[in-house]
Design a protein around this ligand. Structure first.
Ligand SMILES: Nc1ncnc2c1ncn2[C@@H]1O[C@H](COP(=O)(O)OP(=O)(O)O)[C@@H](O)[C@H]1O
Ligand SMILES: [Mg+2]
Length: 331
């Protein structure tokens, strides 16, 4: 059984499809991510899967239960952590979790032990009895995630789990998400517009743009399908002879030489490098330096959507700044 399965899911608002014919399957135990810019339809899809929104058409099942026909069964099996933190600032971390434990009908005898266990896992134990108003953004997010874990759901939904956090804090949160996944064996469905987040956390990524899924695969397959690994080297001695020898090797897409600088485009960079070294002796050339650049998930995203994975808010801010500047110049 798949943990999550959708068939031709559509959600339209006044004629426009926020979610447009989305069909995906998420395996049990997988970390699956939706990667897309703001407005792509990530949150809308997640709200349908968590029973908070009804689809316009199509269907979705979570751990085998239909989200429209059996919302209670779905809810019992899932945890949902919204994008905006939902902690009560005047309560302590522990009290926030106790409140949630009651709301999610966790048996009274289990609450204390479960909360301690989860606080330890996300390393909040030492600050558990401080008011959350004193917590940093990263600590609040950890507390939020803890709240989603209290009833040990089979599937955990995380909507943009690290948005707005600095990169160090973001990496910490990734570590906690991985730990939760490994220790509890949970299926995790997350959304993000951060390329590095999808790349480092997800077993498989669905690229979503304007409500549509453009492709689904593992980050490494997506990147290697780009077929554009680039090897650059600086050569001493007979660079021309080495270039000819490399050109005869299998797996070369394209190459160029500028004096002692040779650039090779290939589908199989890591296996090609030792062969290039093997050829260099016979060609009377010495490789002084060599580097291999792999395509990033950003390159993949651009190739599927024609757009860059830039933070739209940042872009809007830049535009506003530029506009203000022009006005200042005019004045
Ligand atoms: N309640 C709503 N009414 C009308 N349009 C909406 C509503 N919610 C979302 N949308 C639109 O649906 C699209 C997808 O939004 P959303 O799922 O929030 O995207 P994301 O989470 O990927 O940023 C956007 O164009 C958004 O403006
Ligand atoms: Mg969103």
């Amino acid at each position: 059984m798949l943990a999550i399965q959708t068939e031709s899911l559509v959600k339209s608002y006044g004629g426009a499809n926020a979610v447009d014919n989305v069909s995906i399957g998420v395996e049990e135990g997988e970390i699956f991510g939706f990667l897309g810019t703001n407005g792509a339809g990530k949150s809308t899809t997640m709200m349908i899967l968590t029973t908070l929104l009804k689809p316009t058409s199509g269907s979705a099942r979570v751990v085998g239960h239909d989200v429209v026909q059996s919302p209670r069964e779905v809810r019992r099996n899932i945890g949902y952590v919204q994008q905006d933190t939902a902690v009560d600032e005047f309560l302590t971390g522990r009290d926030n979790l106790m409140l949630q434990a009651r709301l999610s009908h966790l048996p009274a005898g289990e609450r204390g032990r479960r909360i301690d266990e989860i606080l330890a896992m996300i390393e909040l134990g030492a600050r558990a009895d401080d008011a959350t108003v004193t917590y940093s953004g990263g600590m609040r997010k950890r507390l939020d995630i803890a709240g989603g874990l209290l009833h040990m759901p089979r599937v955990l939904f995380l909507d943009e789990p690290t948005v707005g956090l600095d990169i160090q804090t973001r990496r910490k949160i990734w570590e906690y998400i991985r730990r939760v996944h490994d220790e509890y064996g949970m299926t995790i469905f997350l959304t993000t517009h951060y390329m590095e987040e999808a790349d480092s956390l997800c077993d498989r990524v669905g690229i979503i743009d304007r409500g549509r899924i453009r492709t689904v695969d593992s980050p490494s397959s997506l990147k290697s399908a780009m077929g554009s690994e680039v090897i650059t080297m600086r050569v001493e001695g007979d660079a021309g002879a080495l270039a000819s020898a490399i050109h005869a090797l299998p797996g070369i897409r394209e190459m160029s030489r500028d004096g002692g600088e040779i650039t090779v485009y290939t589908y199989s960079g890591t296996s090609l490098i030792p062969r290039i070294f093997a050829e260099s002796g016979g060609a009377g050339a010495r490789i002084a330096s060599i580097s291999l650049k792999q395509p990033t998930l950003d390159d993949v995203f651009i190739s599927y959507t024609g757009r860059e994975l830039r933070d739209d808010e940042e872009a809007a801010y830049d535009r506003k700044k530029a506009y203000r500047k022009t006005r200042e110049l005019r004045a």
